[in-house]
Design a protein around this ligand. Structure first.
Ligand SMILES: Cc1cc2nc3c(=O)[nH]c(=O)nc-3n(C[C@H](O)[C@H](O)[C@H](O)COP(=O)(O)OP(=O)(O)OC[C@H]3O[C@@H](n4cnc5c(N)ncnc54)[C@H](O)[C@@H]3O)c2cc1C
Length: 721
């Protein structure tokens, strides 16, 4: 605790202690007030300003220090100043006192509460940031909740002081008037509870729900305004139209058909979207070939002297297409039609909140629908670097068409896609240069984790150029050159093919979003709320077009919410839960993550403990010749609750599942440790990491007592032998 905090704490403690030690409470009782009413009246008549000032200051002190007596003070306000002036004085004194109490609570406790419960409070804080004024207003209107508790509790939330002040002042006015008015009748008042009759309490409660009713009406009004310019069809052709048949769209349509909704799925290009055709599936097939090649090169490590591989790059790429073709039936139009989904091959455009125009080879048609899910995915972003069009480039969309291995490949971008492809091409024998503006690859991961990947890349001959900013592309005869800025000077890098992997942008163009007024975010994704609703509550977005993550499993996860909310939202809506989202980058070593890593915990100010376990120690990893990598787990200090985990190493993407399950279901490291893991497997690494955590948290005192107990059992003197 800082000195300033100690000083404030001591001042508050002395003031509160003094109040009780000197028994000042006796002056803040109804009986005392009634007994002094006549002399108070007389004194106020002769010294009105002094009385107002002293009353005001005492009121502020009582509320600021959360002392009992605010109700009596309010009654006294009515008795001394009458209804009008009493209400004004009490209104300001109580609000200023409440704000001081709020500030003291925030100053002394907020940081500690954030540190201790930050993660768990995240949802509450988000709610307060969004609707804090509404909550506070309701609490102020209903005097059922103790006044001082609201002040102290609100100090621990992120609500702004200004908001707290004005909402409190306005919200407390009805209650203030009721109590001040009762104070004017002090002589007839027998007890404090007499101020509030059951009918009065009920009307307060109704006032309390007023902000919620007001908000609901406001929402309904906004909705009406958005929808007003669109004629609503009397009946609808479809319950749901899903635009885009990638991971998000397929799962949405599947769920809709499963619950017997009439659903149409529109796809303009290839069923399965990016994941099947140009993303996860081809990239993993390519990685498999590259890995096999790397194993053959390492054959002597495994005792095999003669092992040669003759790479035919075109054959590798043909295999990739065969793999895609083999997986294709899972996402095919035939399969989905069989499941009850109407599949239309065409391009969709939203023409009103209730209508979608579909343009196909045979012409166009417009369908009416109760709800729409936008699942149009994303595409590679290509930065406008001068000369880039002239030298030409590949992206994750077009790289699959290559049939000749480029001798020199320049990869722009150090994210997962750039890294996976860079390593594959290097393993196939291309001379790969990978360029990144920032200081390291995989910038979302912790530095030492990214370091493991970078070390391996360098060992495999990839020329890593970190801290390089592309300036322009040039042609030098047949040669293509990138000119980049690095440490204040220009660097020239020659290449034969350029692969751009600097990020992806959402597919929002041509959808009619602007025309109907569906906004997009600063990053270009469709703006949605936590129910995945756009500005129109019957239009939803899911997958890469919505974000914030761009993974197939995340798209499918969102799809469930989009489908259920779109079809049943009028009965019950579900907020999308993003609390435990895992992902993996399939480089060698693989890097898998769930929850927080260290750099995020630091940035968010969340306290944590780190436990690591090196895979070089793991029997199976040693036997497999893959004894490298690490399991790194962040836990709540002093507890086994997992905040996040990163695994770098062989099959990390598979190994992390156990920790994902543990996090999702609130199981701590003690439970992981108490689970039998098959020997010898790679997944034992999780158990050993949990064991490391346990060792670091052994209760030293208990062990000392156990040592004594065993010594006693051996008949040895305590502490000897
Ligand atoms: C190289 C690469 C590797 C990847 N590897 C992985 C991985 O290993 N694991 C992982 O989880 N994720 C991976 N991803 C990400 C993953 O592919 C995406 O997150 C996922 O495909 C998103 O699904 P989606 O349904 O949102 O969009 P998409 O799959 O892009 O589907 C959108 C569909 O909408 C269609 N469409 C667009 N506009 C219209 C319109 N107006 N009318 C009709 N149809 C339209 C498009 O043609 C497309 O088929 C990878 C991506 C890439 C590029």
């Amino acid at each position: 605790m800082t000195t300033r905090k100690l000083v404030v704490l001591a001042a508050v403690a002395i003031a509160v202690g003094g109040f009780f030690v000197l028994d000042l409470g006796q002056y803040l009782s109804l009986e005392y007030l009634k007994s002094q009413q006549a002399s108070l009246d007389a004194y106020t008549r002769s010294h009105p300003i002094q009385v107002t000032l002293v009353y005001f200051l005492v009121y502020v002190a009582v509320t600021a220090l959360s002392l009992p007596g605010a109700v009596v003070m309010t009654l006294a306000g009515g008795a001394i100043f009458g209804l009008l002036w009493g209400s004004v004085v009490v209104s300001f004194a109580s609000t200023i006192g409440a704000t001081l109490a709020f500030l003291v609570s925030r100053f002394l406790l907020r940081d500690w509460v954030e540190r201790r419960f930050g993660e768990r409070l995240r949802a509450i804080n988000a709610g307060i940031q969004r609707d804090g004024a509404f909550y506070l207003f309701s609490l102020r209107l209903v005097p059922v909740f103790p006044f001082f508790l609201i002040n102290l509790a609100m100090g621990l939330t992120p609500i702004r002081t200004r908001t707290f002040y004005w909402v409190s002042q306005i919200g407390m006015i009805p209650g203030t008037i009721v109590y001040v008015n009762a104070g004017t009748q002090l002589a007839r008042l027998d007890s404090l509870s007499g101020v509030l009759s059951p009918p009065l309490l009920l009307s307060f409660a109704l006032l309390g729900v007023f902000p919620f009713i007001a908000r609901w009406l406001l929402d309904a009004f906004r909705r009406r305004r958005h929808y007003a310019r669109w004629p609503r069809p009397r009946a609808f052709d479809r319950n749901l139209i899903v635009i885009g048949a990638g991971s998000a769209g397929l799962v949405t349509a599947y769920i809709a058909a499963a619950v017997r909704a009439r659903v149409t799925l529109v796809e303009r290009h290839r069923m399965g979207g990016d994941c099947l055709n140009t993303g996860c599936v081809p990239s993993k097939a390519l990685i498999r070939s590259a890995k096999l090649l790397s194993h053959i090169r390492r054959a002597s490590e495994f005792g095999i002297r003669e092992a040669h591989a003759e790479l035919v790059f075109a054959d590798v790429m043909d295999r990739v297409q065969r793999v895609v073709a083999t997986v294709e039936p899972h996402d095919s139009a035939e399969r989905y039609r069989g499941l009850g989904v109407e599949v239309i091959e065409g391009s969709a455009r939203i023409t009103s909140p209730w209508t979608v125009e579909i343009t196909a080879a045979g012409g166009s048609q417009t369908l009416t629908t109760r709800a729409i899910v936008i699942a149009t995915g994303g595409q590679p972003a290509v930065p406008p670097i001068p000369g880039i069009e002239d030298v030409g480039y590949l992206t994750s969309d077009t790289v699959w068409g290559l049939r000749t291995l480029p001798p020199r490949l320049l990869v722009l971008g150090g994210g997962p896609i750039g890294c996976e492809l860079a390593q594959c091409f290097a393993r196939f024998g291309a001379q790969v240069t990978q360029l990144q503006r920032g200081p390291r690859l995989l910038p979302r991961e912790d530095p030492e984790i990214a370091g493991l990947v970078m070390d391996r890349f360098r060992a495999e001959g990839i020329d890593l150029r970190m801290g390089h900013t592309p300036l322009r592309f040039e042609r030098e005869g047949p040669d293509k050159v990138l000119v980049a800025a690095h440490e204040g000077r220009e660097v020239r890098i020659g290449f034969d093919e350029l692969l751009v992997a600097v990020g992806r942008k959402a597919n929002t163009g041509g959808l009619g979003l602007e025309a109907i007024g569906v906004p997009t975010t600063a990053t270009g994704t469709v703006a949605i709320n936590e129910y995945l609703e756009t500005r129109y509550p019957n239009i939803y977005a899911a997958g890469d077009v919505a974000g914030p993550y761009q993974f197939t499993h995340f798209a499918s996860h969102q799809a469930w919410y989009a489908a259920v909310n779109a079809l049943f939202g009028t009965l019950r809506r579900y907020k999308a839960d993003y609390s435990v989202i895992p992902w993996s980058t399939f480089t060698d070593p693989e890097v898998a993550r769930v929850g927080l890593n260290e750099q995020e915990a630091k940035a968010k100010g969340i306290p944590y403990e780190v436990t690591t376990y090196g895979l070089d120690d793991l029997d199976r990893a040693i036997a497999d010749g893959e004894a490298h990598g690490v399991v790194k787990i962040l836990t709540v200090p002093g507890k086994d609750r997992i905040l996040g985990a990163t695994i770098a190493g062989e099959h990390a993407g598979d190994l992390i599942s156990e920790l994902v399950t543990a996090m999702r279901h609130g199981l701590g490291l003690n439970k992981v440790l108490a689970t039998i893991h098959i020997y010898p497997t790679l997944v034992e690494a999780n158990k050993y990491a949990a064991g490391r955590w346990k060792q670091a948290h052994t209760p030293a005192r208990v062990l000392a007592w156990l040592a004594r107990y065993h010594a006693w059992r051996r008949g040895a003197a305590a502490g000897k032998g």
